[in-house]
Design a protein around this ligand. Structure first.
Ligand SMILES: [Zn+2]
Ligand SMILES: [Zn+2]
Length: 225
């Protein structure tokens, strides 16, 4: 796995964009990337788009809209010079789906976001001009800053913000995972599955935006404690 600082990643995306965007539209592209400079979800989308232009023609993303969000997985529409493109994006990766006008064919994806079928998706998003513009995750305080789940949802398993249901410490760093599974180390996916099952049995602690949010600079509003 490759680790980069956010700035390195932003610079890399900007470089990719230089080759992808028609010159007169580069400014718009750069501004959008910079607006999302601290947001891994958007950066993953930009990276996917600019390293593999969907229709193999020069293009630039002008607007991002959040169509759906579920358990830290975003369905985002990227409006470019020519098309609205669909992406499924998490803090880890972005996956290109296709043109918005073609909808989603994958039933699993449709069900995950609560659509009965492709037609109902197309009906809801025939016109997206009124759909809210995507807000950078880093400034949306109602989302877990690490895995992007919403207030009241369970974290993506392995999220460093999740509270341990046994000791109420940080679940990814306390020792409960070893004691609960009676193992010295967890090195297989099956171990993690077992741990997740045990935690669910015990009662996982969902994300609470007010209580669990790592300290943010105060915006002057009064906290309700
Ligand atoms: Zn989380
Ligand atoms: Zn613990």
């Amino acid at each position: 796995m490759e680790f980069k600082t956010t700035q390195e990643r932003v610079d890399e995306i900007k470089l990719l964009m230089q080759y992808a965007a028609p010159e007169e539209h580069r400014k718009v592209g750069i501004e959008l990337i910079e607006k999302h400079g601290a947001d891994r979800v958007a950066l993953n989308l930009f990276h996917a788009f600019y390293s593999y232009l969907p229709d193999a023609r020069d293009d630039v993303i002008k607007i991002l809209r959040e169509l759906e969000r579920q358990k830290g997985v975003f369905l985002i529409s990227a409006t470019t010079l020519y098309e609205d493109y669909l992406f499924i994006v998490t803090q880890e990766k972005a996956e290109f789906i296709g043109a918005l006008s073609k909808g989603i064919w994958d039933e699993e994806v449709l069900n995950f976001f609560g659509f009965a079928n492709r037609e109902s998706f197309l009906k809801k998003f025939r016109d997206i001009s009124n759909v809210a513009v995507y807000t950078p995750v880093a400034i949306d305080r109602s989302l877990c800053p690490a895995c992007s789940v919403a207030d009241g949802e369970h974290h993506v398993f392995g999220c460093p913000v999740e509270i341990c249901p046994w000791c109420e410490g940080q679940f990814t760093s306390c020792n409960c995972r070893f004691t609960q599974l009676n193992k010295n180390r967890l090195d297989r996916e099956s171990h993690l599955k077992d741990l997740q099952a045990k935690a669910e049995e015990k009662g996982r602690i969902p994300f609470d935006a007010e209580k669990h949010m790592p300290a943010f600079p105060s915006d002057g509003s009064t906290a309700l404690d």
